[in-house]
Structure formats: C-alpha cells, structure tokens
Write a protein that binds this ligand. Sequence first.
Ligand code: AMP
Length: 117
Amino acid sequence: MTDQDCVFCKIVAGELPSTKVRETERVLAFRDINPKAPTHVMVIPKDHYANVAELSRSDPALAGELLAAAADVADDDGVSEDGWRLLANSGRNAGQEVFHVHLHVFGGKPLGPMLAV
Ligand code: AMP
C-alpha cells in the first residue's frame, strides 16, 4: 500500500535518499532531515497509513512493531539510559506535516517541557 505523492513512501521505495538506522520487514527508521535533538529519528511503517488512528485500528500488531523499533533505535543511539521521548503528531492542531504515520524519537539532551506553552 503506497501513496504516489507521499514523501515517506518515496523513501521506503528508495526514490528519495535517507539515512537509515533500522529496518525490518515492515518498519523503517531513518534520521530526520531537520533534527531538533542529537537523536531525532523517524520510525514508520513501510505501508502507508495517514496517522496513528488509521494505523492502530487497521493493524494493531504493526503499531506495536513501531513502538518496539523506537525502543531499539533509542538503544542503538545510546539514549535509553538518560531518557528519550516519543512524539506522534496527528492532524492540524498538532502540526502534522507528513501524512504517513511516523513516530519521532528524540534524545541526546534534556528535552525540556512536554509542550511549548
Ligand atoms: P510531522 O510534523 O510530525 O509531520 O513531522 C514530519 C517530520 O518529517 C519533520 O520533522 C521533518 O523534518 C521530517 N521530514 C520531512 N521530509 C523528510 C525527509 N525527506 N527525510 C527525513 N525527514 C523528513
């Protein structure tokens, strides 16, 4: 399942470059092109789902694989002990820019308050 106009589908297909850090049969993790922390990795399903709601209701097991991959990315980047953050934007108020579901993995420095106020 792919979306021809989706930038992350193009990364999965190898049509756009990315710095991959982890790959399984159904999940890909790669560094964010505009990192907001020393560790800033996108964890995505290879298949196209628009957001967390669509993914988790269609394939809860795949949603679980995404979480496990995020934890593995944190281990691989050496940020598990000091702590890290997962973020999934969904929709306009959250500022979602790419409509292929993704988990942001942040770490490598104190990450500040949960939300800007
Ligand atoms: P969001 O606001 O949650 O939709 O975040 C989308 C994220 O995708 C942003 O942090 C972007 O920097 C990142 N991004 C967009 N295009 C690329 C790309 N080609 N490679 C890596 N990260 C990207």
